[in-house]
Design a protein around this ligand. Structure first.
Ligand SMILES: [Zn+2]
Length: 77
């Protein structure tokens, strides 16, 4: 009898974790959708290697965007 109770508790625990996880994922998904427009990071393309980098992290040289100082040097040469 104890085994049956433990089995039922285990099943309930699995269901509880499963639904809890689903709700958490749904909440995270909606949070992502809300935060995405609130923090619009403009992406620019490195003129040397075509890598997409956030504008705040890119290097600008002679009006072109680069992903790093090294590529800015290579792009100008
Ligand atoms: Zn680059």
């Amino acid at each position: 009898m104890l085994k049956v109770i433990l089995l039922i508790l285990a099943i309930l625990l699995v269901y509880w974790l499963f639904w809890g996880q689903r709700k958490k994922n749904a909440a995270d998904g909606s949070a992502d959708k809300k935060s995405a427009p609130a923090n619009p990071e403009k992406m620019v393309i490195c003129a040397h290697c075509q890598l997409h980098v956030p504008e705040s992290e890119c290097v600008i040289a002679e009006g072109r965007h680069y992903c790093s100082d090294e590529h800015a040097r290579l792009g100008q040469s």
